[in-house]
Write a protein that binds this ligand. Structure first.
Ligand code: DGJ
Length: 550
């Protein structure tokens, strides 16, 4: 046997071993646990190592309590083009006896979500669900001496477990730990579950604070040093509404709650927020120690003019965000459940001070389809989720499905532009018919389709569907525009010739990231070169090129 022959064989063998090793290593390497990552000013959710946008919907409260009931719901969710379902996990059903866990429902949800190619965000309905403790197991509810309740001024218990009880918090944290451990075991590699909401719309009602002995005692003591230090350190970056409260009480840096923040319901709420956040932080911390998925909390919003106690007070509301952050550092972000019509305002209120926007509940209505373009375009939203999504009666024709179809096509481009100042959104209705946007080298005037006298809806009954748009500046003189019910005109916003003209507009679709062109939108479709239009009640993507003249 010649040496040349020998070395050729050994080289081949080495190559085969190397290739097999590489293949084995690659296939056995699993993606990281879903996590959050910053990109410019945005916070992105990373799933299987790539940024992910949630086109979601939240199930009605009781739907996930029966797998047979859910059977008929999954196909609807797929037809609506969801990629993620928000589904409750009920403490009373997973721990019917203390220490005995039953994860049948959780496993069933994961199995069916995978079968339908969907991800899950689980909602931990435990100590608090819309203020109340209705999801606490009966062995908690019926043992008041061990699991004390919040009390009113007269000392009567409420159907709300007290955040001042160590035992309450420890029981919740143990159950949550068991859940997260189970998730790691059954889903730690597949990542069907991508985030967890801890509790649901916590808050005190109908009084702004708990009057149990432990609460009264702490309320008369000094504000914890941790909170004072946080406020002093972040004095100039505090949420303005909260800073104003502290300023009006004289910016004191020590004293009792009433000395530092003044007397009144607002101070009761601040005190409770600190303790709700502390309690939740412990639950989150315990769960993350087993399996550190991103974890967030959600808030019921305030009706105009309502005082603390008249709404679920002390939840993660914008004016309490600093308190929640100081007391709950393990909580990744704070979310609004937006069922009120002033959607844009609540988006702005939550997308501040480094908090990313994720909307775990939005009102389920045809207008939701316009809102999602705004939330993603203007606020780099991580996701959007109409509530009771399985109640959609005609999913084939629901506008949300059409919006999600378009946004799913654009997702890689949206994700590339998040946090870089190259993307914007608009949300229009009869009361807000136009919006000005400065983006790239142009100012865009975005108008509701019905402001145009040639539009088919003009002059009709007075009902204007909401219009929504997402705008991406993709290069000099170029934009991608998507949405429903919008008309866009352009004016230069940088040095050069002062008039903008339309070079071309093309409609189309993105298929696996590749642009598949449709019609050239000229003539009547661009009002003879005057504007770009996506009519009301239709959804589309158009790419426009501009030029300038004088
Ligand atoms: C807000 C709650 O978070 C949900 O669980 C649900 O009950 C809705 N309100 C109903 O609108």
């Amino acid at each position: 046997m010649s040496t040349a022959y020998f070395s050729k064989r050994s080289v081949m063998a080495t190559c085969i071993i190397f290739t097999v090793t590489v293949l084995w290593v690659t296939s056995s390497e699993c993606a990281q646990i879903p996590h959050l990552r910053k990109q410019g000013t945005a916070v992105q959710l990373i799933v299987d190592d790539v940024p992910f946008l949630i086109f979601g919907g939240e199930l009605g409260n009781s739907s996930a309590s029966n797998l047979d009931y859910m059977k008929a719901q999954w196909p609807k969710l797929v037809t609506l083009n969801l990629n993620t379902v928000l589904a409750p996990v009920y403490w009373d059903l997973i721990e019917p006896q203390e220490g005995n866990f039953d994860f049948t429902l959780v496993d069933g949800l994961i199995r069916e979500a995978r079968r339908h190619n969907l991800r899950l965000v689980l909602l931990w309905f435990a100590s608090f669900k819309n203020s109340m403790s209705c999801y606490a197991p009966i062995w908690v509810k019926a043992n008041q001496p061990r699991f004390p309740r919040a009390q009113n001024k007269e000392g009567r218990g409420k159907e709300i477990v007290s955040v001042f009880s160590e035992e309450n918090c420890a029981a919740d944290a143990r159950a949550f730990t068991a859940l997260m451990k189970h998730l790691r075991q059954v889903d730690g590699e597949t990542h069907t579950v991508i985030m967890v909401q801890v509790e649901n719309e916590m808050g005190m009602i109908p009084e702004a604070r708990d009057y149990c002995d432990a609460a009264n005692d702490l309320f008369s003591k000094p504000v914890p040093k941790e909170l004072m230090d946080y406020l002093v350190q972040n004095k100039n970056a505090l949420i303005p509404e909260f800073r104003k409260t502290w300023a009006e009480a004289g910016f004191k840096t020590s004293g009792t709650w009433e000395e530092v923040f003044g007397e009144g319901l607002g101070t009761d709420e601040i005190f409770m927020a600190w303790h709700y956040a502390r309690y939740t932080n412990r639950v989150v911390e315990a769960g993350k120690a087993e399996y550190p998925l991103p974890m967030f909390v959600n808030a019921a919003l305030i009706r105009p003019g309502h005082q603390p106690g008249q709404y679920p007070s002390a939840g993660p509301l914008p004016h309490l965000m600093d308190i929640w952050r100081a007391s709950g550092p393990q909580i990744d972000f704070f979310c609004p459940d937006i069922h009120f019509p002033n959607f844009a305002e609540w988006c702005e209120n939550y997308h501040r001070s480094g908090n990313p926007l994720f909307i775990p509940e939005a009102r389920r209505e045809p207008q939701a389809a316009a809102k999602v373009f705004y939330a993603m375009g203007q606020h780099d939203a991580i996701g959007f989720c109409p509530f009771s999504i399985e109640s959609t009666s005609n999913p084939e024709n629901d506008p949300l499905g059409r919006a999600y179809d378009i946004l799913s096509q654009l997702a890689p481009i949206i994700l590339k532009h998040q946090g870089k100042g190259t993307m914007a959104g608009a949300l229009l209705d009869k009361d807000h018919p136009t919006q000005q946007i400065k983006l790239g080298d142009y100012a865009l005037k975005v108008s509701h389709d019905y402001t145009w006298s040639w539009s088919s809806g003009w002059g009709e009954s007075g009902q204007w569907p909401r219009a929504g748009g997402l705008f991406i500046s993709t290069g000099p003189d170029e934009y991608i525009i998507a949405g429903t019910g919008i008309i866009v005109t352009f004016a230069p916003n940088s040095p050069g010739d002062p008039i903008a003209g339309i070079a071309s507009i093309q409609e189309g679709r993105y298929v696996e990231g590749r642009w598949v062109p449709g019609r050239w939108m000229n003539g009547d479709q661009s009002h003879q070169g005057r504007h770009l239009r996506i009519p009301a009640n239709s959804f589309g993507i158009q790419r426009i090129k501009l030029y300038r003249y004088h």
